[in-house]
Design a protein around this ligand. Structure first.
Ligand code: KG4
Ligand code: ZN
Length: 338
């Protein structure tokens, strides 16, 4: 089954064609990052306009690259939540028009379920059940993927997402948007023990996390150094920050493995590209005799192939939509409108 998949929830317009949920025939992306960089973050109105400009040509490019014709497409999958509402609407309307014109099913896909499904593309043998650490620009959670379309959230951030705090700290350090990757790179040359930042434990659920205190502590440190004219050791601050994020995430993943007895753990989302997190999850899993699934960096960030992968399993579960499909800025991974 060839699925034409569409992703437009943030600042990447993407169209892919994925066969049977596992094989990427093409994965076309038009990134807007350079445009938004000028403003230090995503400008929603610009994002929506650029999606409209790019999406038709990308779909044509996808067909050209694969040599497929329109009649070879069996269904259209699209990110319908969550994201910048104007941006998501562009993809949803394009996908509706394509499904209607082709006379093929329309499959709504939750963006974060898509991130998790990037693992099915990278690891053809991976099947649920498994645990997944989801760390993206807007979401941070530990999920038990019990089946392709059913999951249980063990814990989540109660405030900022890990990616959001990476980007904010990087921005204040003068790194270009989105700063997570630059901060990660700078950290490689630092001494993580020089600046010790807080690891919070919010609320009653031990799986829940918080990153706003960590973000504020890092920002205060930077501003204070500026005010008193003290030279800041930027690589060491970056190393200390990565260590604090990883020390917040990894012990909770360990607890999830120990408590559920599930020995397969995947990671997903843009922040899953972080070298400190990748290193720490590997060594923790090795200690517990668990297997770690880490998608390559191009499948960690936003892309449409992951939407095609999850779309296939949503289709098998009967989760298709009609022309009344709407876009949502927020929606739980379990399907509830927030
Ligand atoms: O999953 P994603 O592409 O988009 C969302 O769905 O939000 O994640 C983007 C986030 C940004 O915050 C970006 O700075 C972060 O992923 N990121 C990283 C790294 N590469 C990307 N954060 C830390 N270390 C990295 N190497
Ligand atoms: Zn994403």
């Amino acid at each position: 089954m060839n699925i034409l998949a569409v992703e437009s929830s943030c600042d990447e317009t993407a169209v892919a064609i994925v066969r049977d949920g596992r094989q990427v025939l093409c994965d076309c992306i038009a990134s807007q990052v350079a445009l938004h960089r000028e403003y230090g973050g995503v400008v929603p109105e610009i994002a929506s306009r650029k999606h409209i400009e790019a999406i038709y040509a990308l779909a044509d490019q996808a067909l050209r690259e694969t040599g497929l014709s329109r009649k070879d497409i069996d269904a259209v999958a699209v990110t319908y939540a969550p994201g910048l509402i104007g941006a998501v609407l562009v993809g949803v309307n394009f996908a509706k028009a394509a499904a209607l014109a082709l006379g093929k099913p329309l499959i709504p896909v939750h963006h974060i379920r898509g991130h998790i499904a990037a693992n099915y593309l990278a690891f053809p043998d991976l099947e649920p059940p498994f645990l997944c650490l989801v760390v993206s620009g807007g979401h941070t959670m530990i999920v038990e993927v019990t089946d392709y379309t059913s999951m249980r959230i063990l814990g989540t951030t109660l405030d900022d997402a890990a990616g959001e705090s990476f980007d904010k700290v990087a921005r204040v350090l003068g790194m270009p948007y989105p700063g997570g990757a630059a901060l990660d790179k700078a950290a490689a040359l630092g001494d993580e023990t020089k600046y010790v930042l807080p690891r919070s434990r919010p609320g009653e659920n031990p799986y829940n996390m918080s990153f706003s205190g960590l973000k504020t502590a890092a920002l205060n440190l930077i501003h204070h150094a500026g005010q008193v004219g003290e030279a800041l050791d930027v690589p060491s601050l970056c190393a200390g920050f990565c260590a604090a994020v990883s020390d917040t995430l990894i012990p909770r993943v360990r607890m999830a493995i120990e408590e559920t007895g599930c020995k397969k753990v995947a990671i997903a989302g843009g922040v899953a590209a972080n070298s400190r997190i990748r290193r720490d999850i590997l060594s923790m899993a090795r200690e517990l005799g668990a297997t770690v699934y880490m998608p390559p960096l191009n499948l960690c960030g936003d892309n449409a192939a992951m939407i095609g992968a999850q779309g296939y399993y949503e289709y098998l579960a009967g989760n298709t939509a009609g022309m009344e499909l709407n876009a949502y800025a927020t929606k739980s991974i379990l399907g509830e409108v927030l």
